[in-house]
Ligand binder design. Structure first.
Ligand code: NAP
Length: 244
């Protein structure tokens, strides 16, 4: 029987690339989205047209009722949840004294509470089946901190703490929990940077380019596979060697 992966924030960027990879590799894939209905519709139509087993489910990960819905609908449709990839995220940059409180609350709610909610929704099921892989997309800024991204860095650091704690808690139940900390990846999340700012970042990356969404997807695919059965509580950097 095919395994089932739920990927949050799969309407574009890293989540979309991950959904495509997992579908091609034979998983049933649930593409979660919140606002980008048209993008997710195009992507799911394309994947379904190629014969892959996919479904799009709308849920705002910051809302626990909606993450419960996401997981329950997945189980209704595919019968199981084997992999949860907590990828949904937002970033808003501003110095702390100019950051709107509503914006910083939203950053924490989506990037940290969203991961907590999805884990809390899926864990009862994974414990009862005594297996599961949870992969949380953090950020290198959660490891080293980014100026003008204090809330984002703190939320992503929180994701790393959550990952390490939950890994210990769930290991006896046969469930692994790991994080990926991407560096600068070429997605719309970075579209507000000027060409000069991107060139400045790239000049500091040892591999001399931005990463691609596919490269993060491949790391997630590895962590979801049997080859990673003895890996838990870890943070895998996908950053071209860019560590400050
Ligand atoms: P992106 O292209 O902006 O995509 C973000 C995704 O998150 C979208 O699919 C969006 O869905 C979804 N999302 C946002 N808020 C949501 C919510 N409340 N509920 C459900 N889904 C929600 O960003 P990306 O670059 O692919 O980033 C993916 C993840 O990687 C994020 O966690 C990000 O922090 C992390 N990351 C990215 C980079 C980078 O350089 N790009 C580096 C490090 C870490 P809708 O549009 O449908 O709302």
């Amino acid at each position: 029987m095919s395994k089932t992966a739920v990927i949050t924030g799969a309407s574009k960027g890293i989540g979309a690339a991950t959904a495509i990879l997992f579908a091609r590799k034979g998983y049933n894939v649930v593409l979660n989205y919140n606002q980008s209905y048209q993008s997710v519709k195009l992507l799911t139509s394309s994947l379904t047209g190629q014969g892959f087993s996919v479904s799009a489910i709308k849920a705002d990960v910051s809302n626990k009722l909606e993450t419960d819905f996401l997981i329950n609908e997945t189980i209704d449709k595919f019968g199981t949840v084997d992999v949860l990839i907590n990828n949904a995220g937002i970033s808003i940059s501003a110095p702390i004294n100019e950051m709107d409180l509503h914006d910083s609350d939203r950053i924490f709610d989506v990037n940290l509470k969203g991961v907590y909610n999805c884990c809390k929704s899926v864990v009862p099921r994974m414990i009862s089946q005594k297996s599961g892989k949870i992969i949380n997309i953090s950020s290198m800024w959660g490891q080293v901190g980014a100026s003008c991204e204090v809330a984002y860095s703190a939320a992503k650091a929180g994701v790393i703490g959550l990952t390490k704690a939950l890994a210990k808690e769930l290991a006896p139940s046969g469930i692994t929990v790991n994080a990926i900390a991407p560096g600068i990846i070429d997605t719309t999340m970075n579209s507000d940077y000027t060409i000069e700012e991107i060139e400045d970042f790239v000049s500091r990356i040892p591999i001399s380019r931005m990463g691609t969404p596919d490269e993060v997807a491949l790391a997630a695919f590895f962590l979801a596979g049997d080859g990673a059965d003895y890996i838990t509580g870890q943070v895998l950097g996908v950053n071209g060697g860019y560590v400050i």
